[in-house]
Design a protein around this ligand. Structure first.
Ligand code: MSP
Length: 660
């Protein structure tokens, strides 16, 4: 059986999972499912990258040990994936003892071969990038990524002779045009190999500076450079080096596999990793598949802008299958794409509610009405029926081809050709007129033709929308079956796959239309309405009471309702004016979680931000995040109002303590 092995980057544990991580991992899951559908033995691998300065710093900021900190965030990644419909076969952590041993074996192999040497090196070190920069690479003396001034460090270190493999790798990329794809990233990698001599790679860090890493097997005063450690995961996760010569091992079965990364980490994957494999005399990966970046309304996602998209919230809000569909359809693989609630709503309404959903809904209800939800016989197809079947088959073959070439958006577009054609076919064939005229045989033929072609589409959508695909197939009277090469060939080749007389669902409403979202404005940020005179006595009394600080008592609520509130103690770490709203302040509040929360609050008229830093506050911690003039607010700070003045609710308990 043909095997297929797809990996995601292993993610740093200095931040919680966001839309970008989710995209790579959903694409990897989709590819695994696609190859399963082709009848292959497919495996998908993901995990977390846990060593290095970055993680030590993030752990210190959260007041935790690196181990406790990494356990926590790695757990958040591991728990998230199944909730996004991702079925990973392996989840590696670079702190796993077996991984550490395997990295040491790889280092020793390169050292024994003479490809690792010891030398003095001086360079500008950026802690954010965890790498040295040459004078030439700096922009006005600053790191080009972080715009911070790197530290000049001169020390003795171990180096991997990467330059030795420069020509061999260049030739390999020239000989194998789809080794790195799409083309633009192949060109970028080639440019890195052509612009002068490739520098050797510094692969150690002295323990005097960093201990959170894998010790070099040939010098206990050094740990491995985090990228050397991380890249090795792709084979250590398959049990290498144990299985190297053993035909039954996971390594023998699945390596060489292929990688999926975004453009930010092209160099380590396109240059470091293949030269490391060459030096170790191991086969190179089959393909490096490189995608672009998700932007949010055309802006880079960043914590400080407060526009980081939480993938689980989005999936819960829009529906998991619809969310996965949007990601695959909207991004042209290789280019950047823009995420916004409007874009996803528009896409879902057009493609899923209008085209696909509407087709299923109208055809299934007609089959219920005219044939009591039993699949009618095929009868004698007309030219129009043949044309529809041919269009579906040609589009399906196109879809499979484009999918295999990583052109997901184009593949889905191809599959929507028969979906749209079927809606048109319904209008043209007008089953309701056939029913009225008593042409039952022709009516049956029309509905059966539709049901068969709908089945093909539902089947092929499984890699992207596994749950919806299974539901749609069941609605057509044929539940999801086992995948094999023969099953797919049959699907693409034959016209009839459903059983005459089998039951179809009476209705289908998988993809309801969504309302276009409106950005919420906070009460305090809304323009003040003209004050109208009090309409009646009751209203007058209310406003008087408010002025005096005594609000009328609210209606009684159940204790269970009160218990739904997650009130927590926090400390304001940072406070500043909102960049574009006078009434708002922006805070970073420590709630005892790994990362501080950003909270935006309409209290600028009452406080100077600098007076609030360090104050203890009480926060409603389980409100859904909402955008306030472009910044996401992840909670609400409680205040008390009296005589036109505002006071903060404050207690002395430690951060994160629940308030009840
Ligand atoms: N730990 C390294 C990877 C080591 S792999 C041997 C790393 N980690 S990371 O947490 O920064 O993840 C980077 C990856 O996350 C990107 O390559 C991409 O897969 C995903 N994304 C992060 N932000 C993204 C977007 N805004 N858009 C799309 N994907 C992005 O680098």
């Amino acid at each position: 059986m043909k095997t297929y092995y797809i990996t995601t980057p292993i993610y740093y544990v200095n931040a919680r999972p966001h839309l970008g991580h989710a995209y790579s991992t959903i694409v990897a899951d989709t590819l695994k499912r696609f190859h399963t559908m082709l009848g292959e033995d497919a495996r998908m691998q993901t995990g977390t990258d846990e060593h290095g300065d970055k993680i030590v710093k993030a752990a210190a900021a959260a007041g935790m040990t690196p181990q406790a900190f990494t356990d926590n965030i790695s757990g958040a990644f591991r728990e998230l994936w199944p909730q996004l419909g991702i079925e990973a076969d392996g989840f590696i952590r670079t702190t796993d003892p077996t991984h550490k041993k395997a990295v040491q074996a790889l280092l020793q192999r390169l050292y024994d071969k003479g490809d690792i040497y010891f030398s003095e090196y001086g360079g500008h070190y950026c802690y954010g990038c965890e790498r040295f920069y040459t004078e030439k690479e700096l922009v006005d003396g600053l790191c080009p990524q972080h715009l911070t001034r790197p530290e000049y460090i001169s020390e003795k270190n171990y180096f991997f002779k990467m330059s030795k493999y420069q020509d061999k790798l260049r030739q390999y990329i020239l000989d194998n045009p789809d080794f790195i794809r799409p083309e633009r990233y192949r060109s970028e990698a080639l440019a890195m190999l052509e612009g002068g001599v490739l520098e050797d790679l510094c692969i150690s860090r002295p323990k005097s500076r960093l201990t959170w890493g894998i010790e070099l097997p040939f010098d206990k005063d050094y740990v491995s450079y985090v990228w050397f450690d991380a890249l090795s995961n792709y084979i250590t996760a398959l049990g290498w080096p144990e299985g190297e010569g053993d035909a039954g091992s996971l390594y023998q079965k699945y390596w060489p596999g292929e990688h999926l990364v975004a453009k930010d980490i092209l160099k380590p994957h396109g240059i470091f990793w293949p030269t490391m494999l060459m030096a170790a005399d191991l086969p190179l990966y089959r393909h490096l598949n490189v995608h672009g970046y998700w932007l949010v309304r055309d802006t880079k996602m960043s914590k400080s802008l407060g526009n980081v998209v939480d993938p689980l919230r989005a999936a819960e809000h829009f529906g998991l299958d619809a969310f996965r569909y949007f990601l695959l359809r909207e991004m042209n693989f290789g280019s950047d794409a823009s995420y916004s609630a409007e874009a996803i709503t528009t896409r879902i309404n057009a493609d899923l509610a209008n085209d696909l959903g509407n087709l299923f809904s109208r055809v299934l209800s007609m089959n219920a009405k005219y044939f009591q939800s039993k699949i009618p016989p095929l009868g004698d197809p007309s030219e129009a029926d043949d044309a529809l079947c041919e269009l579906t088959d040609a589009s399906a073959a196109n879809y499979v081809q484009l999918f295999g070439d990583m052109r997901f958006s184009q593949a889905l577009d191809a599959l929507w050709t028969p979906i749209r054609a079927m809606n048109k076919y319904v209008d043209e064939q007008a089953p309701w007129t056939l029913a009225k005229a008593g042409q039952t045989e022709r009516l049956g033929c029309v509905l059966r033709t539709l049901l068969e072609n709908m089945y093909k589409v539902a089947y092929l959508l499984w890699p992207i929308m596994p749950t919806a695909s299974a539901t749609l197939q069941s609605q057509l009277g044929r539940p999801l079956g086992a995948f094999s090469e023969a099953a797919l060939n049959d699907l693409l080749k034959y016209r009839a796959h459903l059983r005459t007389g089998a039951d179809t669902a009476p209705a289908s409403n998988l993809f309801p239309r969504l309302e276009l979202p409106k950005e919420e404005a906070p009460e305090a940020a809304k323009p003040k309405k003209e004050k109208k005179p009090a309409q009646n006595k009751a209203e007058q009394t209310k406003s008087e009471q408010k002025k005096s600080g005594q609000e009328a008592p609210k209606a009684a609520i159940e204790l269970a309702d009160f218990q739904k509130l997650d009130l927590r103690v926090g400390t304001i770490l940072a406070a500043e004016k909102h960049p574009s709203a006078d009434r708002l302040l922006r805070f970073d509040v420590d709630l005892g979680e790994p990362q501080p929360r950003q909270i935006v609050s309409g209290i600028a008229a009452f406080f100077r931000p600098e007076d609030l830093v360090g104050r203890k506050v009480v926060v409603v911690a389980n409100l859904p995040p909402r955008p306030l003039r472009g910044l996401e607010s992840q909670g609400m700070i409680l205040t008390a109002e009296a005589d036109g003045k505002l006071d903060l609710l404050t207690v002395n308990a430690p951060n994160g303590a629940p308030v009840a």
